[in-house]
Ligand binder design. Structure first.
Ligand code: NDP
Length: 597
């Protein structure tokens, strides 16, 4: 680079940094991570499950099993399938939903799909023999796959649906957990596996007046097709004469807006922070290619994708999509030299410039285009990839209402108010996301009581203590699969696959070796926390440049409790290596066990 080029680059970066800081400052709020309202109290109506017939009843169960799994999404399903593969069949899997699927049970909004390639995202494709129909599977196909998975592994008989866990208590005398539920069940087990609480508890923005709105209103994860007509593919004929408002422009809104735009009379999209939307390139599966894949292909592809989106630059890029292109270099790392740092920042800036230029190229109205440009780095929010979102704003019936980073002011009986202007709507849709950083027991909806009757919320009053995010001292035989001190990645199912394997290994080992109790030592937990801290520096710095969101705890500085709640910031592959090493070492490092008498 010549001196002139370099000066130009530095000037462009400085200008972008100033713009990023300005946009961040506009959005910082005193109520930070507390700006949300959950579906409790007077908002309980929002939590109705629209996908089941009301009035389901069954007799309460009192029974003893080897394992209770809480959560029947992909994590719980993977644990259940692997337990069965290990010959452990005496377990229960409990979920408040009416079927398997977790996220994919609840999120049936029009346009819902997975933005990670289906060949990497849908787990155990080699075992089930299923061939995804498209590169990016749509929600109905994913939900149907969850059902197929349940049938294939014979885990429906183990399931208790429409059942909420209300309590979980360790009994020292019997060395057993007792799990109680909303249906009066009391299930005794040697082990519990908790796989809940990630993008599970929907939230509403605490906008004044939500309760006053007299029109129809619901969260995207509780879609009311009775009102809109149609299904997840669209065709919402009931909206032809309706004015619809959408609050939020995150990954969900990006998928739902094109479908609403096509079907409703008028659509108002209330934007606080614009999404970064790259190229999708959907395509049908080449069945011949799929059938030609050699055994072992899926885990190889999954690992390759994770390496590619973790900046590890594998020799081949098997997936070759926009994710792998944008995350090929991990730009949130701290550069070893000022030149390297500059190169990382420039690459991040150039990637985001492509996204900003795409907006200007597609959106016809220059003012709308300008308002839709995301001014933050590529790791600040979940990137979106969609080919129909931006063009939707060229339709005459679609109106962007940009709130200049402030959010909606308030809601009246029939309108959304921004900057003193009323936008009357018949239907108001909250695309406002899910709790990510609230306390674990709050997201779970119950507070496990461990040794001596000490609850998890008490034990973790100063933040979580875990080994690998999986076990916690004071809670013997309770195994967790969550992002708290556990892994996190673009393909979340990769993380679930690796961690469920580990959890099932621990259970099987304990049963085979007559281990009645297993739990980590405090020293081992502190060692794990140090390991977590060693990966966090680049991201911590990077986060301070981002507009607020759940990735940076809404821009709050955070205390020790928040710091302890971090995830493993290396790649899922590196996280899995820690688990694998622990298993292969075979020395039960960092845990104490009590053998059965
Ligand atoms: P998000 O939390 O990402 O988005 C919530 C949106 O609501 C944001 O745009 C937010 O603005 C906006 N908002 C909040 N308060 C207000 C307010 N007062 N006025 C106006 N707007 C407001 O939720 P999503 O459901 O979109 O996505 C959640 C996660 O689900 C994703 O990050 C992703 O991990 C996952 N997901 C994955 C998909 C996939 O394909 N794999 C698809 C969809 C979702 P602001 O940005 O300013 O906070």
């Amino acid at each position: 680079m010549s001196n002139e080029d370099s000066a130009e680059t530095i000037a462009a970066l400085d200008a972008a940094k100033a713009k990023y800081a300005e946009e961040r400052a506009k959005r910082l709020r005193a109520d930070g991570a507390n700006q949300w309202q959950d579906f409790s109290g007077e908002y309980k109506d929002f939590d109705r499950d629209p996908y089941v017939e009301p009035g389901f009843t069954r007799d309460a169960l009192t029974e003893e099993v080897e394992v209770v799994i809480v959560g029947a999404g992909f994590g719980g399903m993977l644990a259940a399938a692997q337990l069965r593969q290990q010959g452990i069949t005496n377990f229960r899997i409990i979920d408040k939903a009416g079927d398997f699927g977790g996220t994919w049970y609840w999120n049936r909004y029009p346009g819902a799909m997975c933005d990670v390639e289906s060949y990497c995202y849908l787990p155990m494709l080699e075992e089930t023999g299923y061939i995804p129909t498209q590169k990016y599977a749509q929600a109905p196909e994913i939900f149907a796959y969850c059902q197929l998975f349940g049938r294939h592994f014979g885990i429906y008989d183990n399931a208790l649906f429409q059942t909420e866990v209300s309590g979980m208590e360790w009994h020292e005398d019997t060395q057993r957990w007792v799990t109680t539920t909303s249906r009066g069940d009391a299930i005794t087990s040697k082990f519990t596996v908790i796989v809940g609480g990630v993008l599970h508890k929907a939230k509403l923005p605490a906008i004044p007046g939500i309760k006053n709105f007299k029109g129809e209103g619901f969260h995207t994860s509780r879609w009311d097709y009775e009102y809109t007509g149609g299904n997840a593919y669209g065709g919402m004929t009931n909206l032809a004469d309706k004015r619809v408002g959408v609050i939020g422009t995150g990954a969900t809104a990006v998928q739902v807006v094109p479908k609403l735009a096509a079907d409703c009379k008028e659509l108002f999209v209330f934007q606080r922070t614009p999404a970064a939307v790259g190229v999708r390139n959907q395509g049908d599966t080449d069945v011949e290619w799929f059938k030609s894949l050699k055994p072992g292909w899926q885990i190889e592809r999954i690992r390759n994708f994770t390496e590619a989106v973790s900046g590890k630059q594998p020799e081949v890029n098997l997936v070759g999509d926009s994710w792998t292109e944008m995350y090929w270099t991990d730009t949130k790392q701290l550069g070893a030299t000022p030149e390297e740092q500059l190169a990382l920042e420039e690459l991040d800036f150039q990637n985001m410039e492509k996204i900003r230029h795409r907006i200007a190229d597609i959106i016809e109205d220059p003012e709308t285009a300008e308002r839709m440009k995301p001014w933050y780095g590529q790791y600040c929010k979940r990137l979106c990839f969609h080919d129909d979102y931006l063009p939707a704003f060229n339709r005459p019936n679609v109106h962007l209402v940009d709130t200049e980073g402030r959010g909606v002011d308030h809601i009246t009986e029939n309108a959304v108010v921004v900057d003193g202007v009323e936008y009357p709507v018949d239907l108001l849709i909250y695309a406002s996301g899910f709790e990510v950083t609230s306390d674990y027991h709050h997201r779970l909806g119950f507070d496990p009581k461990g040794r001596g009757g000490v609850s998890l919320s008490e034990a973790w009053g100063e933040g979580p203590y875990t080994l690998h995010g999986v076990m916690s001292d004071g809670f013997p035989n309770m195994l967790m699969i969550s992002t708290l001190q556990g892994g996190f990645g673009t393909n979340f199912v990769h993380y679930l696959t690796e961690t469920s394997k580990h959890v099932v290994y621990i259970i099987k080992m304990c049963l085979d070796e007559g281990i009645a109790q297993i739990e980590p030592t405090r020293d081992a937990e502190e060692g794990w926390f140090m390991e977590l801290l060693s990966h966090v520096m680049g991201m911590a710095n990077y986060n301070t440049t981002c507009t607020p969101g759940y990735m940076n705890r809404e821009g709050e500085a955070g205390d020790m409790k928040a710091a302890r709640g971090l995830s493993y910031m290396g790649s899922v592959g590196d996280y899995a290596k820690h688990l694998e090493n622990w298993r292969e070492e075979g020395k039960l490092t960092g845990v104490e066990v009590v053998r059965a008498k």
